[in-house]
Design a protein around this ligand. Structure first.
Ligand SMILES: [Mg+2]
Length: 157
């Protein structure tokens, strides 16, 4: 079982591959992974991907560093449990999500676009970390644009 996988955008993540690796729960970052940054807009391809993941038997949850109020409509719309104010890269929220879904961390994948939060969060939990491309690089926080992306370039993203 690899510890890190790289993929295109969320809807390009290979569900069959994850299932074959023993993954049974997908913990999804919100901003720029599931929906556009600071927006509740979800690409049509992502909605289809989510439906397929559910049909395949994956458990799903959203694990986001965002505040709850902003994500509540998203949770309702997708009828997914949302773990907000996750403080990734700390492992507590993804572990809480795994427990809530009754899936062992080893069978969880933490999927997100941030190399400094999503990726280490998954690793610290003993989960598979899937690093995806952000939905829209032109719309992200100044911090991410300036600092995180530079680190990604240095690490040879
Ligand atoms: Mg993100």
């Amino acid at each position: 079982m690899p510890k890190i996988l790289r993929a295109g955008r969320l809807f390009e993540v290979d569900l069959e591959q994850l299932f074959a690796l023993g993954v049974r729960a997908l913990l999804l970052d919100a901003d720029n992974t599931l929906c556009f940054w600071h927006s509740l807009q979800i690409p049509e391809e992502t909605l289809l991907w989510l439906r397929r993941a559910k049909r395949m038997g994956f458990q799903l949850a959203v694990v986001s560093n965002a505040q709850t109020r902003r994500l509540e409509p998203l949770a309702t719309r997708l009828s997914l449990p949302v773990f907000y104010r996750a403080m990734k890269p700390l492992p507590f929220a993804p572990l809480r999500a795994a427990r809530a879904l009754a899936v062992s961390p080893k069978a969880c994948a933490m999927i997100g676009d941030q190399i400094l939060t999503d990726l280490p969060a998954g690793l610290l939990c003993g989960m598979l970390s899937v690093l995806v491309e952000p939905l829209d690089r032109s719309r992200e926080s100044a911090f991410t644009k300036g600092f995180s992306r530079r680190i990604e370039r240095i690490l040879g993203r």
